[in-house]
Design a protein around this ligand. Structure first.
Ligand code: 13P
Length: 332
């Protein structure tokens, strides 16, 4: 257990965040195609190598989340991905769920799968060098969802995953994502996020998951994309802080997902969150907000490889500066 605590502390190192580069093959392929890049295994590999070899990435990134395909791939010099990432001072992580699937009995809702054979897979990922893992549950807000059933089954799966990870010596990133799609208001997002978190906390507690050896990856509490309101960063921070307050003081940390917010908005919200007085550090575990500009700058063109890296470096710098605010505020 102490290993998990040590790794979790490293993941939450001051001024650093986590790079989520674990899109499934399907999602990554779609994003590559939208950027005009052929969706091949080799292009997915090259793109992930571009991100991981960005100069000085470890100054602002403590860990990179990989997917099953990537952790089995190698850098162009033949070094296995996880080993190469470690060599630049970044902890390699692995997404271990197998996706949100339609949940029998709950029309229109999903349960995240991947529990079958999980312990054996975790052992193999540890052998490949993984030090932490990720599992994402997805909740959509409508007038009638998420239902109590979706909240309960996803909480139970997240807890079983987290307990299995800690048993295997991997730090679980526990990601209950209330997605932004919908017309809902920020108060409705707060109500749903709080209910989801309460169920997740109680499921984790029942399976004796050590809060000090895990990282929570929540959504920021924000209005739906179809709602014309644009909640100001101070209000996103205040309400998100209220929802998070019930988490135990010894939780290793909170690393927010970006959820499809424009990169500048995600960074502004992250900066505002640093003014909260919380017992745990608050950092980023962004996917799209860190890498979308890089993909658009690169577009599969070897001549623009350095432009892609400059774009990701810029996003990392901005978000790392946002979380460094906390250290600066603590000094004053
Ligand atoms: P986004 O920051 O793009 O929401 O991705 C984070 C993530 O890991 C989703 O599972």
């Amino acid at each position: 257990m102490s290993t998990c605590r040590e790794i979790a502390t490293q993941l939450m190192a001051p001024g650093k965040g986590i790079l989520a580069a674990d899109e499934s093959i399907g999602t990554m392929s779609t994003r590559l195609e939208q950027a005009g890049v052929a969706a091949t295994a080799e292009n997915r590999r090259v793109y992930r190598e571009l991100l991981a070899t960005t100069p000085d990435l470890a100054d602002g990134i403590s860990g990179i989340i990989l997917c099953d395909e990537t952790i089995k791939q190698h850098f162009s010099d033949g070094t296995p991905f996880a080993e190469a990432v470690r060599a630049v001072g970044i902890l390699p992580g692995i997404k271990v769920d197998t996706g949100a699937k339609p949940c029998p009995g709950l029309p229109g809702e999903t349960v995240t799968e991947g529990l079958d054979g999980l312990s054996a897979r975790l052992t193999r990922y540890v052998e490949r060098g993984a030090m932490f893992a990720k599992w994402r549950a997805v909740y959509t807000i409508t007038d009638t969802t998420p239902t109590a059933g979706a909240i309960a089954v996803n909480a139970s799966a997240l807890a079983r995953y987290a307990a299995a990870c800690q048993e295997a010596g991997l730090v679980p990133i526990v990601e209950p994502e209330v997605v932004m799609s919908g017309n809902h208001s920020q108060p409705r997002c707060a109500e749903i996020t709080a209910a989801v978190h309460a169920a997740v906390r109680s499921a984790l507690d029942l399976l004796n998951v050590d809060p000090a050896g895990m990282v929570l990856k929540p959504n920021m509490v924000i209005e739906g994309t179809g709602n014309p309101d644009r909640t100001a960063p101070e209000d996103v921070a205040a309400v998100t802080g209220k929802v998070l307050r019930a988490w135990p003081d010894d939780l290793a940390g909170v690393a927010f997902l970006s959820g499809g917010q424009p990169p500048e908005r995600a960074t502004a919200n992250l900066a505002a969150l640093q003014y909260l007085r919380t017992p745990w550090p608050l950092t980023f575990s962004f996917g799209r907000a860190l890498v979308t500009p890089a993909l658009l700058a690169w577009r599969g063109d070897a001549a623009r490889y350095a432009d892609g890296q400059a774009a990701v470096a810029e996003q990392v710098r901005a978000n790392s500066a946002a979380v460094r605010l906390r250290t600066e505020l603590q000094r004053t």
